[in-house]
Design a protein around this ligand. Sequence first.
Ligand SMILES: Nc1ncnc2c1ncn2[C@@H]1O[C@H](COP(=O)(O)OP(=O)(O)OP(=O)(O)O)[C@@H](O)[C@H]1O
Length: 302
Amino acid sequence: MTLLTVSNLSKRYDSKPVVNNVSFSIDSGKCIALIGPNGAGKTTILRTLAGLLHSTSGSFQLGDMKTTGDIRKYIGYLPQHPVFYSWMTGREFLVYSGELALLSKTDANNRADELLDKVGIFDAKDKRIGKYSGGMKQRLGIAQALIHKPELLLLDEPVSSLDPIGRREILTMMEELKEEMSILFSTHILSDADEVSDELLLLHQGEIVESGSMNTLRQKYQTAKIELEFQSDIGKYKDKIDQLSAITNSYIDRNVLHVTATDILKARQEIFTAASGGYWPLTSFTLNRASLEDMFMKVVNT
Ligand SMILES: Nc1ncnc2c1ncn2[C@@H]1O[C@H](COP(=O)(O)OP(=O)(O)OP(=O)(O)O)[C@@H](O)[C@H]1O
């Protein structure tokens, strides 16, 4: 079932478009990564959905609710740089957030304890936030975003500022949370997106340039990099390789012939057929699939 539908959302600052006609939808229970380089417009989209910014045009709808006022009750938001009162304890902060979300004092206290446990910082509940690690602060920020039991959780760069341990903690937590709610999170790191998201939205200069599951995108943009070494005459074999139909590019670097191809199976077959038929003095054949970053570059350059 579709939870969120975003239709032709645009945002301009003065005359500068920073989000341009963005449309997408999120099904219930899915985790979607909004991925793009710095300045692509990720924060602008998330802040608009959180009700903190007005779009210049376009709209979004959550379930069958019509007005923004209703929608905000069902959306939790963790900003890119959450601000905490460092002198408060984690528990005090969550009770305070609960009261801001119009929970009664008793409900805010109960919910704070429940969330401290859920995000794994219950033992540190009475410590001042100033003494929390980056990972603990991010957990507290997520707990704050969950205080009113949202159906959609928006996380702006939830792991970018964390060390590898903090990053692992939060990614694992997101895996758990996505069992209970839909998540839309921004990142500029493809491997993080790959790890927890069901689908990617690739944002470039305010526009969604590609979307789909990582597997679908891998298949679509997959390229192979093949490295060949020869006992002798590498230049002569470069010329022969360039004539093969599956090869898109080749160059020689430090006595290794680097070859690029889109159809990996065909390229391998053509190279082996030519090598055995022509008695090539081939000493090594190495196949590397393109990295996720290569895929992203390919998408934004098309
Ligand atoms: N208040 C503002 N006034 C003018 N321009 C702005 C404002 N806020 C953001 N921008 C511009 O909008 C563009 C998109 O910014 P946004 O913060 O949404 O990108 P982002 O993808 O989240 O990048 P980052 O990863 O760096 O946070 C940038 O060029 C930014 O400079």
